[in-house]
Design a protein around this ligand. Structure first.
Ligand SMILES: C[S@@+](CC[C@H](N)C(=O)[O-])C[C@H]1O[C@@H](n2cnc3c(N)ncnc32)[C@H](O)[C@@H]1O
Length: 282
């Protein structure tokens, strides 16, 4: 994935905290014990330390991220005796995972992930990995940002049709998760729910956040040149418009450029569809 600057990311966080606390209530409500917790895509470690660490009884948390700078930041700002920060790209196949991750096989009581799994393209492989890591009866719980339906919007802008349907609709993304979780009967799905959230975001945070949004769309392009050539110029307008103007009858094909030009806009509301999953390893 693209590099996210840890300090930029840390300033984006306040919007996600209600979601995280709801998740903790759901997890504790299952009345299970969670000695070993894995936090996938832990980012700056704030959720690992201050949410999971403080509100879910545990013995150890293994907090995983694929960005060395993010883990460096987490180790400085959110260190804790019970948290081990581990560098690992969770999009890798199981045999290619580090020995540290593989030695957790069948030992994990809770896999938690907050706003990170949208960045990992192969959901089926990811679910297989989670199935390997969890003990029988272990819990997988995640909040996942769904990507907006960019195909539809690009068409309505009257722009040349893309060479292929690069982006999945939210319904398709939900379907991919449903099918991945039901394959091989590894999981009993307790919750697969889409939530609509609206997050007010001030101007500078929006400017900092847009590259993170764009980086999620790059995963569909095997060749980065394809992405740059075909979409880069209008993806920023399209993706921004979809975030701030999701139900408009008339999409605005210059939304991002107009926002940048109008310095009187001090805040925007961004609308996300989040998928919440709770599943039990059988
Ligand atoms: C939006 S942040 C969320 C961080 C944290 N979970 C939170 O809620 O504050 C997404 C994180 O997922 C991590 N990530 C993305 N792809 C990943 C992958 N393939 N393996 C591990 N971590 C990944 C990113 O580096 C980033 O730190």
């Amino acid at each position: 994935m693209d590099v996210i600057e840890p300090s930029v990311f840390a300033r984006q966080k306040s919007n996600g905290q209600i979601i995280t606390m709801q998740s903790i209530e759901i997890i504790n409500g299952l009345n299970k014990s969670y000695d070993l917790i894995v936090d996938v895509g832990c980012g700056d470690g704030d959720v690992s330390k201050n949410f999971l660490g403080k509100h879910i009884p545990h013995k150890q948390i293994v907090a995983i991220d694929c960005l060395p700078d993010m883990l460096g930041y987490a180790r400085i700002h959110n260190s804790d005796d019970q948290i081990e920060y581990v560098l690992q790209d969770m999009g890798q196949k199981w045999p290619d995972m580090s020995p540290r991750v593989r030695e957790l096989e069948s030992k994990v009581d809770l896999i938690f992930s907050n706003l990170a799994l949208a960045y990992i393209p192969d959901k089926r492989q990811l679910v297989d990995t989670f199935g390997r890591l969890l003990s029988t009866g272990g819990v997988f719980h995640a909040n996942i940002e769904l990507m907006e339906d960019i195909n539809k919007r690009l068409a309505s802008y009257g722009r040349p049709p893309p060479k292929q349907q690069w982006y999945q609709s939210p319904e398709k993304q939900l379907d991919v998760w449903r099918q991945s979780l039901s394959s091989d009967n590894q999981f009993l799905v307790k919750q697969l729910e889409i939530m609509d959230v609206c997050w007010p975001t001030d101007r500078q945070k929006m400017i900092d956040f847009m590259p993170i949004v764009i980086s999620k769309y790059r995963q569909f392009f095997t060749d980065r040149k394809d992405f740059d050539n075909e979409f880069n110029d209008h993806l920023w307008d399209t993706a921004f418009d979809a975030l701030v103007n999701p139900t408009a009858d008339t999409p605005n094909p210059r939304a991002w450029q107009q926002f940048l030009a109008d310095t009187n806009i001090k805040e925007v509301k961004r609308y996300h569809k989040l998928l919440r999953i709770t599943a039990i390893k059988q």
